[in-house]
Design a protein. Structure first.
Ligand code: BDR
Ligand code: CA
Length: 315
C-alpha cells in the first residue's frame, strides 16, 4: 500500500478526491490535514469531518494554518457555494478535529511511518510550506508531493494564475524550492479530465443515495466564460474535477503523461501573482524540480471515478 497524508480544503472537487482516495485499496491514508483555501478554515474543517462521517471513515483530521503566508486571504465561495459543497448537506460530524495541529500531526506521522510517505495536496500549499520551513528534517521521510495546482498555460483565478497557486504563491514557491519530488496536476491536465453533464446524469442513475448526492453537488458547479474569441466550445458543459487528478495519478500513473520541468512562481507581479512558470523550452537551463502532468486518458479517468462512487455508495 502507498502510505499517504492528504492535505485538502473541501470544496466540491476535494470531496470527490477523498471519494477516490478512500474507495481504493492501494492507499493507506494515515492522516487528513485541512487547509484554508476554497473557504475559511472553520468551513473546510467542518466539510472534511462532515463528508468523512457520511462515508464512514474515521481517520485523524488535523487543522492547519488559517491564513496564506503573506497575501490577504481570498476564498472561492462563488464556485463551491457558501457552505463549500454546493447545496448538499452530508452528515453532522460524528467526530472532531484532532487536538494536534496539522504540522505536528504531519511530523509525527512522517517520523513514525515505516517508509517514506506521499503527500497529496489539493489546496494552497500553506500547510506544506510551514511543515518544510519549520521541520526540514522531515524531507527525507516524504516520498513525493502530489499537488493539484498551477498551470503552464492560462489561469482560472486570473488570466495567468490557477486558484491554489494564486491564493498562496509564496507557499508554493517555497515548496517548489524544497528539493522534495513534486507531481503537479495543473489546469493543463485537469481541464482535460472533465466530466460532461450527460455523464453526470448517468452517475445519478447508479442508484445509490451517495451517487445522487455526488451528482447534485457536482452539478452545482457552473462555469461561465464570457462571449469572447477565446471561448472553448462546450466549456460550460464540462464539469472540472481538478483535485481528483492528484490521487488518480498515484493509483493509475499510466493514465497520465507528464514531463519534468523547472517551475517557479511569480511572487511580485502586480497582475500576474501566482502564475506558475513552467520552463518547457528549458530557456533558464535550470534543473527540473517538478513533474508536470499535461495529458490524461479521459475515458479511463471517468471510469475510475465512477467506480469509486459505486464503491463508496455500497459502504
Ligand atoms: C483548485 O481550486 C479549488 O477551487 C479547487 O478545489 C481546486 O483545488 C482548482 O483550480
Ligand atoms: Ca481544492
Amino acid at each position: 500500500k502507498i502510505p499517504v497524508i492528504i492535505d485538502c480544503d473541501p470544496g466540491i472537487d476535494d470531496a470527490m478526491m477523498l471519494t477516490l482516495a478512500f474507495a481504493r485499496p492501494e492507499l493507506d491514508i494515515k492522516l487528513v490535514t485541512v487547509e484554508a483555501g476554497n473557504l475559511t478554515m472553520d468551513k473546510t474543517t467542518y466539510n472534511t469531518l462532515s463528508f468523512l462521517t457520511y462515508i464512514n471513515e474515521r481517520v485523524e483530521v488535523a487543522k492547519g494554518i488559517e491564513q496564506p503566508m503573506f497575501r490577504k486571504q481570498e476564498v472561492a465561495e462563488d464556485i463551491h457555494g457558501e457552505g463549500g459543497l454546493g447545496n448538499v448537506k452530508w452528515a453532522d460530524p460524528s467526530f472532531e478535529a484532532s487536538e494536534r495541529p496539522a504540522i505536528q500531526a504531519m511530523v509525527d506521522t512522517l517520523l513514525n511511518a515505516e517508509e517514506p510517505v506521499t503527500i497529496v495536496a489539493t489546496g494552497p500549499l500553506t500547510n506544506i510550506a510551514a511543515l518544510l520551513f519549520a521541520h526540514p528534517e522531515v524531507k527525507s521521510f516524504i516520498k513525493q508531493i502530489s499537488w493539484m495546482g498551477g498551470a503552464a498555460v492560462g489561469g482560472n483565478m486570473s488570466t495567468v494564475a490557477e486558484f491554489n497557486a494564486y491564493v498562496d504563491p509564496h507557499a508554493v514557491e517555497f515548496v517548489f524550492r524544497s528539493g522534495v519530488p513534486i507531481i503537479m496536476s495543473g489546469l493543463d491536465v485537469t481541464h482535460k479530465a472533465y466530466i460532461t453533464r450527460e455523464e453526470m446524469a448517468d452517475l445519478s442513475h447508479l442508484g445509490t443515495p451517495f451517487a445522487e448526492k455526488v451528482a447534485d453537488m457536482m452539478n452545482f458547479y457552473t462555469f461561465t466564460q464570457s462571449d469572447t474569441p477565446f471561448y472553448v466550445p462546450g466549456f460550460e458543459k464540462q464539469i472540472r474535477v481538478h483535485d481528483i487528478c492528484a490521487v488518480a495519478c498515484l493509483i493509475e500513473p499510466e493514465m497520465f503523461k507528464g514531463d519534468d520541468y523547472f517551475v517557479e512562481v511569480e511572487l511580485n507581479g502586480s497582475l500576474t501573482q501566482g502564475a506558475t512558470l513552467v520552463d518547457y523550452t528549458n530557456r533558464t537551463g535550470n534543473k527540473p524540480n517538478v513533474h508536470v502532468l499535461h495529458t490524461v486518458n479521459r475515458e479511463a479517468f471517468i471510469e475510475l471515478f465512477f467506480n469509486a462512487v459505486t464503491t463508496i455508495g455500497k459502504k
